[in-house]
Design a protein around this ligand. Structure first.
Ligand code: CO
Length: 435
């Protein structure tokens, strides 16, 4: 059961080498389950009992279901589609005397050393001219095509003492030799099924060719590219597809650009979620006042992976507030509210998990470590509601090959399925009822 769910999730990651592929695959999944595709550029007609979704920029997605009868609050689970990687520049080829390299820049905070000496490919999307129209096409070169070679230890004797990697010098992938000149764009065009001169622009990223693996003495570990945060994005979507109908409006939000601060039109620090919730309320005939009342009985789970205690470096974790692999869903705390969790949202989420018989564990940074942040607090600037920051424990976050626990995907899926189904109401004494 644990292995089956993890393999299903890993298959989704495998088919999603870029955020555009991830959102396209999620959209396909919702469509196959009978959800209707909406467009921000068109009016929305919402009917009780039906599911809907729309995408923004091809890299963010919001899906929801309208309940029968009088709807209660929104139960929102949000993750992100993007991953730290290297983006290929507009003029891609750097041709030298013996080699052709690709010119790339860093996207987000990748662990650069882990990208070296491994077969890579490129994927993303291209903007294509079709007469007077411009359309977007997914591209996956889907072959062992590129590699960023390390410097030999003989040329850098201090390589094992920590090495500074300059993105403009050390991170350029090798593409070929003389014969590779002017070959990259035609390869992209071929993969997109268009002529090279039709391509106006591209958003292409490097990705690791390594496949997802289950391993360990009892097959307890799962290693894969892009676990952060496609593992959670998959669970957010699948949880909505699995959840039983209640009076709540379950909303799955997958944002882009979390790794670069979320402040884009398709990021969590935008009006995307706010716009969607307002249109849902308008579509079911809620007044502005009724919308605000619904928000007071709503909840959001900001779902992004967290750090498991490291086997070689337990001193990097808080002494007791640290999660481990296969220990269940992680609730993340931060006194400075880099994570939105407080006693109310943690309490509500724990009650939901207890009912679903899902174990939870806690994370807090060591008090002398700044740590990371995620999308929950940025989203709350636009839509303010009780929010809990959760995720799954993993090792080597932001490596192109990350490691998690085999049971945890199942725990998260089970927790989110129950979360979406839950109806929360807040009374005059500020007590919460959970149905
Ligand atoms: Co993340």
């Amino acid at each position: 059961m644990f292995e089956k769910i993890s393999l299903e999730m890993a298959d989704f990651i495998q088919r999603s080498p870029s955020c555009y592929h991830a959102v396209s695959n999620l959209a396909e999944q919702f469509q196959a389950a009978g959800f209707t595709r909406l467009h921000e550029s068109r009016p929305w007609e919402l009917k009780p009992g039906n599911g809907y979704f729309f995408t923004r920029n091809g890299s963010a997605l919001i899906a929801f279901r309208i309940p029968e009868g009088t709807p209660a609050g929104f139960m929102i689970a949000a993750a992100h589609s993007d991953t730290p990687a290297f983006k290929i520049k507009s003029v891609p080829e750097l041709a030298g005397e013996h080699y052709v390299q690709l010119n790339v820049e860093q996207y987000g905070g990748a662990i650069c050393s882990a990208w070296l000496d491994r077969p890579l490919s490129a994927a993303g999307r291209v903007a294509v001219r079709e007469g007077d129209r411009m359309v977007s096409r997914l591209v996956d070169l889907d072959r062992d095509l590129l590699l960023i070679p390390n410097l030999a230890i003989h040329m850098n004797r201090k390589i094992n003492e920590g090495v500074a990697l300059n993105p403009q010098v050390d991170m350029l992938p090798l593409f070929g030799q003389e014969g590779a000149r002017d070959r990259f764009l035609p390869l992209v065009a071929e993969a997109a099924g268009v002529a090279p001169d039709q391509i106006l622009a591209a958003d292409l990223f490097l990705y690791l060719r390594e496949s997802s693996r289950i391993w360990g003495a009892e097959r307890e570990f799962l290693s894969s590219p892009r676990l952060d945060d496609l593992q959670c994005a998959w669970a957010c979507a699948k949880g909505l597809l699995n959840c039983e109908v209640s009076h709540s409006i379950p909303v799955c939000a997958v944002f882009d650009n979390e790794e670069v601060g979320s402040a884009t039109k398709q990021g969590a620090d935008s009006n995307l979620l706010q716009d969607a919730l307002l249109r849902i309320s308008a579509g079911i005939g809620r007044t502005a006042d009724a919308h605000q009342i619904a928000l007071a009985s709503s909840m959001m789970a900001s779902v992004d992976n967290g750090h498991a205690i490291h086997p070689n470096h337990p001193e990097k974790a808080d002494k007791i507030n640290h999660p481990h692999l296969n220990g269940g869903v992680v609730i993340k705390h931060s006194a400075n509210q880099k994570y939105t969790t407080d006693s109310i949202s943690s309490g509500l989420f724990q009650m939901i998990c207890q009912r679903a018989e899902v174990p939870v564990q806690v994370f807090a940074n060591r008090s002398d470590v700044a740590g990371g942040s995620t999308l929950g607090n940025l989203s709350n600037k636009h839509v303010s509601l009780n929010t809990v920051d959760i995720g799954l424990a993993q090792l080597a976050m932001h490596s192109p090959y990350e490691t998690g626990g085999i049971k945890d995907t199942w725990y998260l899926l089970r927790a989110l399925t129950a979360f979406y189904h839950t109806v929360i109401s807040c009374d005059e004494s500020d007590a919460y009822m959970i149905e």
